[in-house]
Write a protein that binds this ligand. Sequence first.
Ligand SMILES: [Mg+2]
Length: 374
Amino acid sequence: MKITRITATALHVPFTLDVPGGRQHQEALGCCIVEVETDEGLIGHGLTAITQEKVAESIITHVLAPALIGTDPLAHEARWEQMYWLTASRGQTGYAQHAIAAIDVALWDIKGKALRQPIWRLLGAARQKLEIYATFGFEFLDIDGLRGAVRSLSSEGIEHLKMVVGFRALPRRESRSLMSVIREDAKRVHAVREAAGDEVSLYIDANCGLDAYHAERLIRMTADCNLGFFEEPITQNDALAMADLRARTGMPLTCGQNEGLAYRFRDWLMARSVDFVQPNVVITGGFTQCVRIAALANAFNVPITSGGAYPLHNMHLQAGVGNGTKVEWHLPVVAMMKQIYQGFPEPVGPHITMSEAPGLGFELLPQALEAYRV
Ligand SMILES: [Mg+2]
């Protein structure tokens, strides 16, 4: 089998989120979609996001695609090595890893279609049914909106919830101090814990938006809220600062979704910075590298979990490998994906069951690329 076409398309996708509890929220998210076609007529698709989509599109179109035409799409290690040495030969992380991720996901979609197996089965089929956690607690909801969303999600049987803290607290600016941000966060976290009751797991995520001092202050302000983990608590996912924060506070920490290369995960594991790692297949170099990272974490007896959204792709990793755990059901990203994809499974209560459809198991809607092309 040979690759005959690779097409990258940057998208800007507006959508309406029906917030649990009855409100609506208008938003738009970007992503870059890749299609890889073979001489046997199979077409695989992949995606990358949380980056500059036009840059990823350009790297794929002008650098990676010309080199990959005519090569074997099923040789995923060979293709990954080829892409790595072409775009990041001195270990650079960043845009190149996004581009590699998008193509690697498409290659695994082709592999699954060729072998008539879903990707999660090709990765090892550790489990067919996954727990989800719902990411719902966004900055655009006030405290009443948060309470209403919690009540609605709890009534659907959702048992694990994640909310945003430290929203754009860094970079520092004169108009808003980090302390004022975390004081408000602490109020919001307390309100959500009160509304959710004691039985629901509650996680927080600062998206690298705090420094170590304010992350620790926030942990102390919410010490009575029994938080399950704190994701990307501090800027740059600094391994030593996170290890220190974890040792000082006892708060379980996690990160990894926005990282490009596996050595970063080694550094957190060696420094004891994390309780979970979160490789994301659409960002962290695709399934090929995320499987390596899961195995690395396994050697440290550390589980992986999902972060950075894109659950339709990442649930294959969580279901496939032995130390996989929950999948992040990120409500805005799911609403966005409904504008571009069809045929994917959805959770029933707190679980999602992996389908037997080959490859990723879902397809692009026919008009999506034209409708949302940037
Ligand atoms: Mg996150």
